[in-house]
Design a protein around this ligand. Structure first.
Ligand SMILES: Nc1ncnc2c1ncn2[C@@H]1O[C@H](COP(=O)(O)OP(=O)(O)OP(=O)(O)O)[C@@H](O)[C@H]1O
Ligand SMILES: [Mg+2]
Length: 359
């Protein structure tokens, strides 16, 4: 995590030095300004986590600086602590009225200053986390409304056309089935994602070759649809640390499904296993359309929109890869994706597992 930034604003060099010395014990970066205008420009460009602001300064007073900070969208939420030589309650109240969160009286008592700065820094960090989580949740809700909204509207439209005898029953059933399936798939992936995030998983020793076999069976109908095959080149009895059900149905099935989705008809997928000294690496290779850099960069970002239609118009949620990444991390392993959209295009997914050694 990056260290928080504290901006000290005081016209007296000696005060800046004293404050700098006291704050040295905290794990934070320090910026300084000797007058109001500089303070405002630093605040706007660097957006510090906390500002220690002297009240009495030539030119702009601390009160004026605070007022301007609170006026600007970028700086309005930065907590301000006034540094005051005045024990005049009127000024302290004025500071609070202008939006300050606290005040410290000069000469500073180091323990008091440290306690106040620490409290406000930690409150400021909590606030940032809450804002981040709120944005993530909003994005998730946006995406849910969008992705569930589309197939639901499709169902309503098909039913409407059916009522008006403008569609055959068989075709309608097929269209409704497809849309309903898409909604259920989306909800399933989100549920899995939430479950892994909150509960974690119990890992155990899993037979990797057998899991690959099961996952191939699971995507057989998709392979047949595109006249494709998965060519597995690995020994039997290779064991790794994982959780079997999620490894087969979430990790492998998703990677195979992606490889099928983004390959042209009659192309194959290759699976190979490398037994390294410290880990076991499973490589899934396709000769499909490849992943453009803008998608590759955000492949594991739940909030980013990475989902594209497959070569036969297949749809998805864009949740698959973030889930795979999360699961691999839970198994104590990792995931790497290499891809090229230039000829010969294709994608390689490397699943790196913690190895299980037979005694
Ligand atoms: N093997 C691949 N070849 C080409 N593009 C890929 C491949 N794997 C992933 N992608 C790209 O990354 C995107 C995100 O993949 P991810 O598995 O996260 O979601 P999805 O496949 O779109 O949806 P879902 O997994 O829910 O069906 C895909 O839509 C595609 O654009
Ligand atoms: Mg997928």
């Amino acid at each position: 995590m990056t260290k928080p930034l504290v901006l000290i604003v005081d016209d007296t060099a000696e005060n800046i030095q004293v404050l700098g010395k006291i704050l040295k014990g905290l794990s934070c970066n320090i910026a300084v300004a000797k007058e109001g205008k500089t303070a405002l420009s630093i605040a706007k460009s660097k957006v510090p986590d906390l500002i220690l602001l002297d009240v009495m300064m030539p030119g702009m007073s601390g009160f004026e600086v605070c007022q301007e900070l609170k006026f600007d969208k970028v700086t309005k939420d930065i907590p301000v602590i006034f540094l005051t030589a005045l024990s005049d309650t009127k000024d302290i109240i004025k500071g609070f009225r202008l939006g300050a969160v606290d005040y410290v009286v000069k000469p500073f008592i180091p323990e008091e200053l440290l306690a106040r700065v620490t409290t406000h820094l930690s409150m400021s960090q909590d606030r940032n986390t809450i804002v981040e989580q709120k944005t993530k949740l909003q994005n998730l809700i946006h995406m849910l409304c969008h992705d569930i909204g589309n197939p639901t509207h499709a169902i309503i439209t098909v039913l409407e056309l059916l009522k008006q005898n403008q569609l055959e029953l068989e075709e309608s059933v097929e269209l409704i089935d497809e849309s309903a399936q898409r909604t259920v798939n989306l909800l399933d992936v989100i549920k899995q994602f939430m479950a892994v995030k909150s509960k974690g998983l119990d890992t155990s020793i899993v037979d990797l070759s057998m899991s690959v076999g099961e996952a191939v069976k699971g995507v057989r109908f998709r392979l047949d649809e595109k006249e494709m095959d998965i060519i597995v080149n690995m020994e039997e009895n290779i064991h790794v640390w994982a959780e079997e059900a999620t490894l087969i149905h979430s990790v492998l099935v998703n990677i195979f499904t992606n490889a099928i989705k983004f390959s042209k008809n009659s192309s194959n997928i290759w699976v190979e296993c490398i037994d390294n000294t410290s880990n076991t690496e499973l490589i899934i290779r396709d000769k499909g359309v490849g992943i453009p850099v803008n998608i590759l960069d955000k492949l594991f970002d739940v909030d980013a929109c990475t989902s594209r239609s497959g070569t036969a118009g297949e749809t998805g949620t864009g949740f698959g890869m973030p889930l795979v990444k999360q699961l691999m991390a839970t198994y104590g392993g990792e995931l790497k994706v290499l891809s090229s959209i230039n000829e010969p295009s294709g994608t390689e997914v490397h699943l790196i597992f913690r190895k299980h050694n037979h005694e």
